[in-house]
Write a new protein. Structure first.
Length: 627
């Protein structure tokens, strides 16, 4: 017998569970049945594709038995089973990086936290909420040696060799004294029907029933062994939509996704013809924990003729739809299809394209209910923006689904279509201002000329906007233009400063250019400013802040090893009193103000000052001289 210590994170997890963090204890049975179903899925696939296991005696089923006298509950399956190494990896450590995330995600809301158990792949440990001790007896399909895993959840587990006739796993739970409800036939049936009715393998409940026969002195009690199937064992996605109730869809989703909330929406499709396949997709209410992780887990399972193939293929849907949960079941793919073949498979490519369009149409229909769509967009709007960047085929549809704040949206986010409906007479384009802080964008001096003319401006304030939106040239045949662009100023008819004004400020511009030196790319007069004395704009040839950040993350390098920060262009308002008074100021004051106007413009655009001390010193000196 070999003793092992649980991984640190597993110990933390067990401590939370054993000390009753979860009031929804019944989910432990859902988790163990779900694990058993996964083990059956894996072996069913191997018996069809692995020559060594094709002749294996395999009858897929799950058995549940209880003993009220001994206070035990046993869940068995005829699935793939485990060897010693599997037991250590699966029941002693958590291989994926999910556990620390799991512990950090706990909210204190018991219902939400219980749902996280399944999402993070730690469902087995939930059995310790009701158990004093657990013994897992298991034999891997195709191997001869069986093993027993034993633990009371207190920090250690033991593994020893044992005897087991057939492949699969048996989990025997020695229940705590106050957990006798799990030895009730009615309670077990209730939970299975609630969570596991549509698991595509039969679940049998084994129990004894005592009956009385005869009367008086001839009366005797007979104990009968009962063995009843307690689930429908029908793949829900294969059932006709008209024969399914909303509640059945919702419960299947919860079992599929380990989410305690109802789905926001679902799409159930059966296609017949050249290709035959069935899909069932769900849109969740809230984002999965790993939505923005590189190692996110696919939410879609692939079946072929009801045989589970994989739940780990990120190519089944476009990456930006990774929040979708569901099933694809094809009649035309070969059962022994490999992952490499899947990625280039014409049948799957067709299913993927059609499914993407179906899902986007369903998202579009959510817009009929503004509250529902706002809820969806808050969770997944950023993903749709990724789609605009990556899915050329559906780009127009995705653009219709996007929402942004604007100078006239009054706290709401609006669609491109709404913006177009509000365009003023003679307006030539959809205008936007991009940055990384919505409140700073709202007060940007770059908006002055547009506000004066009553032209609405979109405010692209998310980091991803800076990567995606500059690549969008138009919406519904109307061009998109950054208000900092030359074209936008030309649209306003204010693209130039008069020659006389240029001549008047020529010496001051030369002075500013010399003073600021390497800090700026150019100093010039502005036709766009009304109330502010200065602003900074970017050279359209330079990457914006979001693009620069992405390039750095991707490891792009400049000539000196680092990508140089692009220098801003400083624009000055020739009509502002500060500038007109500077024309006659001495060189010392011009130097102070030149730096201050650049730093003020940077702060208004959300930039950080490299030398805050110098800024404060200059400001104080100027204040002192003005008093």
């Amino acid at each position: 017998m070999a003793k092992h210590t649980f991984q640190t994170e597993v110990n933390q997890l067990l401590d939370l569970m054993i000390h009753s963090l979860y009031s929804n204890k019944e989910i432990f049975l859902r988790e163990l049945v779900s694990n058993a179903s996964d083990a059956l899925d894996k072996l069913q696939y191997l018996t069809l594709t692995d020559d060594k296991l094709k002749n294996l005696d395999f009858t897929p089923k799950i058995d549940i038995a209880f003993d009220s006298e001994k206070n035990t509950l046993t869940i068995s399956d005829s699935g793939i089973g485990m060897n010693e190494q599997d037991l250590i990896e699966n029941l002693g450590t958590i291989a994926k990086s999910g556990t620390k995330n799991f512990l950090s995600k706990l909210s204190g809301d018991k219902k939400k936290d219980s749902a996280l158990i399944g999402q993070f792949g730690v469902g087995f440990y939930s059995a310790f909420m009701v158990a004093n001790k657990i013994i897992v007896t298991t034999k891997k399909a195709g191997e001869t040696q069986a093993y027993a895993w034993i633990s009371n959840g207190s920090g250690e587990f033991e593994i020893e060799k044992c005897e087991k006739e057939s492949h699969g796993s048996e989990i025997k739970i020695y229940l705590k004294e106050d957990e006798k409800e799990w030895t009730s036939r009615w309670r077990i049936e209730e939970i299975i029907k609630k969570y596991s009715d549509h698991i595509p393998f039969p679940i049998f409940l084994h129990y004894t029933e005592t009956k009385s026969e005869g009367e008086g002195a001839n009366k005797k009690e007979i104990i009968e062994e009962k063995n009843e199937q307690i689930n429908k064992a029908s793949a829900l996605w294969r059932i006709s939509k008209k024969d399914l109730k909303d509640e059945e869809y919702k419960e299947f989703y919860k079992n599929l996704s380990y989410d305690s909330s109802d789905p926001l929406s679902w799409i159930h499709t059966k296609v017949e013809g050249t290709l035959e396949y069935t899909t069932l997709f769900y849109i969740p209410q809230t984002a999965p924990f790993d939505l923005y992780r590189v190692d996110y887990k696919s939410g879609v399972k692939l079946y072929v003729k009801r045989v589970f193939i994989t739940d780990d293929d990120k190519e089944l849907l476009p990456p930006y739809l990774r929040f979708v949960r569901g099933i694809i079941d094809s009649e035309d793919l070969p059962l022994n299809v490999s992952r490499e073949i899947l990625q280039q498979n014409r049948i799957l490519a067709t299913i993927k394209s059609a499914s993407t369009k179906k899902i986007l149409s369903e998202i579009e229909s959510l817009q009929k209910d503004e509250e529902k769509y706002n809820k969806f967009y808050k969770e997944f709007g950023r993903c749709l923006k990724e789609g605009v960047y990556s899915d050329f085929e559906n780009k127009e549809k995705l653009l219709e689904l996007l929402r942004f704040a604007s100078t006239k949206s009054e706290g709401k986010e609006i669609a491109f279509k709404t913006y177009k409906e509000r365009m003023i007479e003679g307006q030539k384009a959809i205008y936007y201002l991009q940055g990384e802080d919505l409140e700073l964008l709202k007060s940007s001096p770059l908006l002055d000329a547009f506000n004066k003319k009553g032209i609405e401006v979109f405010l692209f304030a998310e980091e991803i906007d800076g990567i995606v939106m500059p690549m969008v040239q138009e919406f519904d045949k109307t061009p998109l233009r950054a208000i900092t662009s030359k074209e936008a100023l030309e649209d306003l008819g204010e693209e130039k400063v008069e020659e006389a004004t240029q001549e008047k400020f020529k010496a001051l511009l030369e002075s500013f250019t010399k003073i600021l030196g390497e800090e700026v790319k150019e100093v010039r007069l502005s036709a766009r400013l009304i109330d502010a004395p200065s602003c900074i704009v970017s050279d359209p040839e330079d990457p914006n802040a979001a693009m620069l950040k992405m390039m750095k993350q991707m490891g792009a390098m400049g000539m000196g090893g680092e990508i140089p920060e692009p220098k801003p262009i400083l624009e000055l308002n020739p009509n502002h009193a500060i500038l007109t008074k500077l024309l006659d100021a001495d060189s010392q004051k011009q130097e102070q103000v030149a730096h201050l106007l650049l730093e003020e413009a940077k702060l208004l655009e959300g930039g950080k000052l490299k030398d805050v001390h110098a800024f404060v010193t200059r400001l104080n000196m100027l204040l002192q001289n003005s008093l």
